[in-house]
Design a protein around this ligand. Structure first.
Ligand SMILES: [Mg+2]
Length: 188
């Protein structure tokens, strides 16, 4: 694990990939946020999203949502959550370029389910200027870090639990902490 001061100097040529649950919103009480009422932003995450939107050229969300594969929610429920989520982020001054989700079950080992790289490949098709070597993946699980590593991105683990060992390049307790640190480095 490198110290925060070793973070790269971010410019608008960089892309930020973000996991959703546990990074942007609180880990859902029932494992899945099945509707907007069950979706709660983490403390400081809206401000963090505003900051990173000004620093990175692209901000992209990549989220495993096997609640759909399990039949606990529908694609339409997820689309609605993402519509409301993006609207709140925009109202707070942030800007999400795209949200990619994978509804497949873990055991399917679907090419788009993290840690497999499919969702990043979709992002590269939609935004051909994305450079994996100038990309950062932020997540709260081993799968997220492995996803970033499979794609040669910088990796950032967000967790309050220092027992989670995911071999990420960097570690912060919140997305807000990460955003403030990047902002400080760019400002110096
Ligand atoms: Mg997560």
């Amino acid at each position: 694990m490198a110290p925060p001061s070793a973070l790269p100097h971010i410019t608008t040529k960089w892309t930020l990939f973000l996991d959703r649950d546990g990074v942007i919103n609180e880990p859902p009480e029932h494992l899945y946020a099945r509707n907007w009422q069950e979706f709660h932003f983490c403390k400081g995450s809206l401000e963090a999203l505003r900051i990173v939107s000004t620093l990175f050229g692209r901000v992209i969300i990549v989220t495993n949502q096997q609640g759909i594969g399990k039949g606990l929610m529908r694609e339409e429920d997820l689309s609605l959550i993402h519509k409301y989520m993006c609207r709140e982020i925009e109202q707070a001054g942030g800007d999400i370029d795209a949200v990619y989700s994978c509804p497949a079950l873990e055991e399917e080992e679907h090419p788009e389910r993290k840690p497999n790289p499919g969702m990043a490949h979709r992002a590269c098709e939609d935004f051909p200027e994305i450079d994996m070597k100038r990309s950062v993946m932020v997540g709260d699980k081993r799968n997220d870090i492995a996803f970033g590593q499979n794609l040669s991105m910088y990796t950032v683990l967000i967790t309050m639990n220092s027992n989670i060992q995911a071999n990420a390049d960097f570690h912060f307790s919140s997305l807000f902490g990460f955003a403030k640190c990047i902002q400080q480095i760019v400002g110096t």
